[in-house]
Structures are given as structure tokens and as C-alpha cells.
Design a protein around this ligand. Structure first.
Ligand code: AMP
Length: 591
């Protein structure tokens, strides 16, 4: 396929206003792709070069793209910068300046999708001395032989701003329709994706081996598994009942979720978002080497600072400080990190995903020796709500977040929030003092004092998993620090889009729409019914339509944007409805 053809699909994606429209356009694009191209087309559409866990980055900043546009179009760097300041989008700048290029077309070369991908890959691989020039030259060459529309996407791609708003589930559904003619295989595709976390591989396997190949997917080392997620419930009685009368109850650590992959001496660690974070935790890598009694293994746990002599846990914020790449070695001395292991997915040739929790736990415990840095999570197995309650209270007393109850018979359910794991936090017990994670889809301009920062608030959504769309639940206008405001302004300005993104459902309009990309953590007083928000919106007996909204929302923590969560990890519509019902019920019980 010619890159020009793919760009034609991208332009259509940009102008469609419905998710179904997106699926249709993607389906056509996938159908037109050859076997060799499908993987690359999928990565490109995601705005990446490879699955995120491979850590292949462009290493390209805005300035570098500006220089490439200047070379390719004959404008000065200042001209390009001025245009970019005005347009706020490198893509539009590339489009406009290519259209009005001062140079005669330097080359009549037409790039195929594969050639374009290779050029981009070359840009990512350039490192060391002279690499900046290689990157600029390669990009300038591509732009110089691009049409204005092609140039738009070429400029956006390496700075991570394609702004297509295509999600994982959207791609899976489009693949299903394109290659099986039906939507229903989407679930099997999703299942395979949850095991390998590589959409390009899913596409290639589907095209080459059909659904047979998809159904044969097994875990493999160094392909991280999409993490299992927990449902929530407010009382011990309900948890025990939901778990058929008996459950394992583990302490819930508020740290950093880590998936450990070990093949002999080669050890890699992945974050909850499945990024390769091996370099960030050298002490855990060392501990895996010495304390995991297995040749090959995949296991999961929560890493956090823990002072063994005082029994004190370090809060999430402090654990996160270690994340900052510099001074990692120093921090090890300051905060002794521990990994509280809570699950096992693979051990010496055996895939444990389908093995019941109780057996996985046995295998996990027997694989850990020494238990110095890596310890199995503390837990009890009980059928008594009273005992669960007591374990919960003790956990809170020890400075932990609460508990996670686990169904003894359940397999590891990758990538899904199911009742095989149920969390209970102190905050569910009364008002809504638990936090929610929201996806920003728009922002408002400031008035008065704040207009100095040109930032006045956020339009936020939750994720509707069933429909794979984002539904508004809150407009947040107060409580930001100046630092947060300027952080939001610069981050959001880079992902502005001209109209409501196709996967966002909203009644109210912000001053600017943005691609759903960033997650923030928000606290609110309660959840109320609302006519203006689309979260869980339903027609009432009186004919009106009502959704849910957060009352008195405010952002939590100093750090504005949650870099550890992707938009599909945000709180879901279903969770908001459950929280509303719990809140209502607690009130009735209190009366
Ligand atoms: P939440 O982030 O509130 O949805 O809670 C789920 C998270 O709790 C998981 O993603 C883990 O990072 C964390 N967690 C802490 N302790 C455990 C545990 N014992 N079992 C499972 N997850 C745990």
C-alpha cells in the first residue's frame, strides 16, 4: 500500500464523528493491506513503532521536526516556528508550508507504507554523535517528497501526536470485521491480545493463520500480560457471598505494580502500562536473580518501600520518587524496596494462566526462596466476614490501602476487571472518599486572574468499556496549583483537535477538545444524577435523560497527569454506577 493511500484513511478517521464510522474506515484500511504490511499499519495507527513494552522511541522533539520542515520547504526556522505557534499543531504547519513550499519538489519518490515505516524506524535507531542530523535529514527527505496531507501525518507521527484517537478495542473490532466478516470474533482477539499485549502481532497472526492461530496463543516470556483488575465492594459479607462462601484475602499494597519476566539470567520488569521499567529497579532485578527459584518465570507483585524494622510502608508518592531516572542508586539506600508478590503466570515451561488461584499461589510460594526482598503478599483464607473485616482493619492500621479478596478457583483473568478479584478500601464505607481516575477530553479557557495561564478547567470522562467510548462525568474548574495549570496547558495544547473526538460522547462543549490521552486522579464528595453528563445516561420514566456526575471534584496530588495509567485504565462507567448505588445504600443503612 502506498503511504498516500493510508493517509487517505487517516484523513477520513479525523473527520468521522462516530466510533462505528471509525471501525468502518479502519476495516477498509486493513482489508487493503498486504500480509507484510498489516503489523506496521497497526503500529502506525497507534502512533508507535512497536508495542510499548519494547521501548522503541523516536527520540524526536518538536524543534527537530521544525528544522526538518524548514529544510524540506525552504522556509527559515523562524518562519516554521512562527507558523507552529499559531497553528498549535506541527501537522498543520507541515501541511501549510508544504503546500506553499518555496522549493521545487526535490524528489518525485513515493513512499510505500513499508518504506515510510523503515524511515521512521531509522530515525528511532539513530543514536550518539551525529544522530540529530541523521534524524533531521531523514525526516526532511520524507517531507520533501510528501504531498501536503502526507506531510501532516509525517510531522505528527514522531512526536506522538497523530491525534487519531483510535483505541486498542477499536483496532481489535476493526480487525475482526475486516478478516472474519463479523464483530463477534473480537472477544477471542481481545483474549489473545491480553496475553501478548502486541496488536501488530495479533493482526499479523490473524492474517497469516486465521482464528485458529489466534486461539492457540500462549503466554511467552518478554511479552507482558495485560494485568488482571479488581472489582470493588463495600462490605465483607458481600465479598464472601460473591466468592461462594470462601476466599483468600490479601493485603492491598499501595505501591507500584510490577510484572517480572525471567528467562535464566535475563530479567525484565514491566509496569502496569507494560512499559519496560527494568532500569528503574536494579534492586528488584537483583532480588529476582537470587530469590526466585526457577529458570523461567513470569510473576507479578507490588513494589514499595518497606522498613522491616519498624514495619512501616512508604507511601506511593515516595516509591514513585525512585522512578525518576536520576539518582536511582542513591534511592536504594534510602528506601529499601520490597516486592510483595501476589500472582504467578508462568513457571518453568508451564503456563499458569488457566490454573486456579489456589494452585498458582502454591507454586508462587514455592518459587520464592529467602524472602528477603521478594515476599509473598500477606494473606488469610477465610469463610468468615468477621475475620475478613478484622484482617482489613489490621491492614489499614499498618498503613495499607485495604484488601484484595481473591476467588480460590479462578484462573488469572488477563486484562479484565472481573469479580475473581475484589478490592475493599476504607473509603467505600461511607461517603465517596475513594478517588476516581478520569480521562481529560477538553479544557476551558481561564477568566480573570487565571487567564494569564490561559487555563480555566477540564472536561473529564470515564471509560465505557462495553461501548469503548468516553462519557463525560465532570467539569473541574477549581483547586489547581499554578504548576498544575501550566503543566495542563502545555500538555493539552499539544493534543488539541478541531472537533469532538469520535469516541467521546458529550452534551456540553469545552472551549477546546483534546484527544483522550491523559488520566488524572480526582476526589469528589459524592456522585449525583445529572442531566448534563453522558456517563451512564439513561431515559427516565418521565422521558428525560439523566446521567451521573461528580459533586465537588478536585484533583489529587501534586503531579497533575498520571503517567502510569492509560486511558483504558481509567474508572469505568460501570464503576461509577456501582459507586452511586453503594453510596445510596450506605445512606439508607445509616438512617
Ligand atoms: P486499584 O488500583 O485501586 O484498582 O487496585 C488494584 C491494584 O492494587 C492492582 O493494580 C495492584 O497494583 C494493587 N495491589 C496491591 N496489592 C495487591 C494484591 N495483594 N493483589 C492484587 N493487587 C494488589
Amino acid at each position: 500500500m502506498q503511504f498516500a493511500e493510508l493517509v487517505g484513511y487517516y484523513d477520513k478517521l479525523e473527520s468521522t464523528s462516530s466510533r462505528l464510522g471509525m471501525i468502518d474506515i479502519l476495516k477498509e484500511a486493513f482489508k487493503a493491506a498486504s500480509h507484510e504490511e498489516i503489523g506496521e499499519i497497526i503500529y502506525m495507527t497507534q502512533g508507535v513503532l512497536a508495542p510499548p513494552f519494547e521501548g522503541i522511541e523516536f527520540g524526536v522533539a518538536d524543534k527537530l521536526v521544525e528544522e526538518a520542515i524548514a529544510i524540506a520547504t525552504g522556509y527559515s526556522k523562524d518562519d516554521v516556528e512562527r507558523n507552529y505557534k499559531k497553528s498549535g499543531d506541527l501537522g498543520n504547519t507541515a501541511l501549510q508550508l508544504t503546500k506553499a513550499s518555496k522549493l521545487r519538489r526535490m524528489s518525485s519518490r513515493k513512499y510505500s507504507v513499508h518504506e515510510l515505516y523503515e524511515s521512521m524506524y531509522k530515525i528511532s535507531q539513530a543514536s550518539g554523535e551525529g544522530s540529530k542530523n541523521i534524524k533531521i535529514k531523514t525526516l526532511a527527505d520524507v517531507i520533501a517528497s510528501s504531498s501536503p496531507t502526507e506531510a501532516k501525518y509525517v510531522a505528527r507521527y514522531p512526536v506522538g501526536q497523530l491525534r487519531l484517537g483510535v483505541g486498542d478495542a477499536t483496532i481489535l473490532e476493526a480487525l475482526s470485521v475486516a478478516y472474519t466478516g463479523e464483530r463477534k470474533e473480537k472477544d477471542a482477539l481481545e483474549h489473545a491480545y491480553n496475553i501478548c499485549s502486541d496488536l501488530g502481532l495479533i493482526g499479523t497472526t490473524l492474517v497469516e493463520k486465521g482464528m485458529e492461530g489466534i486461539k492457540e496463543f500462549h503466554v511467552s516470556i518478554f511479552k507482558p500480560i495485560r494485568p488482571a483488575l479488581a472489582e470493588r465492594m463495600p462490605t465483607a459479607e458481600e465479598i464472601i457471598e460473591k466468592m461462594h462462601g470462601r476466599a483468600a484475602v490479601e493485603q492491598k499494597y499501595d505501591g507500584f505494580r510490577v510484572q517480572v519476566h525471567k528467562r535464566g539470567k535475563d530479567i525484565r520488569l514491566y509496569s502496569r502500562r507494560l512499559e519496560n521499567i527494568t532500569d528503574m529497579f536494579p534492586d528488584i532485578v537483583h532480588a529476582v536473580q537470587t530469590e526466585i527459584h526457577a529458570q523461567d518465570a513470569i510473576l507479578e507483585g507490588e513494589a514499595l518501600g518497606f522498613n522491616e524494622s519498624t514495619g512501616e510502608f512508604m507511601p506511593f508518592q515516595e516509591t514513585m520518587q525512585r522512578k525518576r531516572k536520576h539518582s536511582i542508586e542513591e534511592k536504594i539506600g534510602e528506601i529499601p524496596l520490597h516486592l510483595f508478590a501476589f500472582d504467578l503466570m508462568y513457571l518453568d515451561g508451564k503456563d499458569y494462566l488457566r490454573v486456579p488461584y489456589s494452585k498458582r499461589r502454591e507454586a508462587l510460594e514455592s518459587a520464592i526462596k529467602g524472602a528477603k526482598t521478594i515476599k509473598p503478599s500477606a494473606r488469610i483464607v477465610t469463610s468468615s466476614p468477621k475475620e475478613l473485616e478484622k484482617f482489613f482493619e489490621d491492614s489499614i492500621e499498618n498503613g495499607l490501602e485495604g484488601i484484595v479478596a481473591k476467588d480460590l478457583d479462578s484462573p488469572y483473568i488477563a486484562g479484565a476487571r472481573k469479580f475473581s478479584w475484589i478490592k475493599m478500601k476504607r473509603s467505600y464505607m461511607g461517603k465517596l472518599s475513594d478517588t476516581v481516575d478520569l480521562v481529560i477530553v477538553g479544557y476551558y479557557l481561564g477568566r480573570g486572574m487565571r487567564s494569564e495561564f490561559k487555563f480555566g478547567g477540564l472536561l473529564c470522562t470515564v471509560y465505557n468499556e462495553k461501548k469503548d467510548i468516553f462519557e463525560t462525568v465532570s467539569r473541574i474548574g477549581t483547586g489547581f496549583t499554578e504548576k498544575q495549570m501550566s503543566e495542563f496547558r502545555s500538555a493539552l495544547n499539544r493534543i488539541k483537535v478541531e472537533k469532538r473526538p469520535a469516541r467521546v460522547e458529550a452534551i456540553i462543549e469545552p472551549d477546546f477538545w483534546v484527544e483522550p490521552r491523559y488520566v488524572i486522579t480526582v476526589k469528589a464528595d459524592e456522585i449525583t444524577k445529572s442531566p448534563t453528563h453522558t456517563c451512564g445516561r439513561e431515559r427516565q420514566p418521565d422521558g428525560t435523560e439523566v446521567g451521573y456526575a461528580l459533586r465537588f471534584p478536585r484533583i489529587v496530588g501534586e503531579e497533575a497527569i498520571r503517567s502510569d495509567k492509560s486511558v483504558e485504565d481509567a474508572t469505568t462507567t460501570k464503576e461509577i454506577i456501582e459507586m452511586y448505588q453503594n453510596q445510596k445504600r450506605v445512606r439508607v443503612e445509616e438512617k
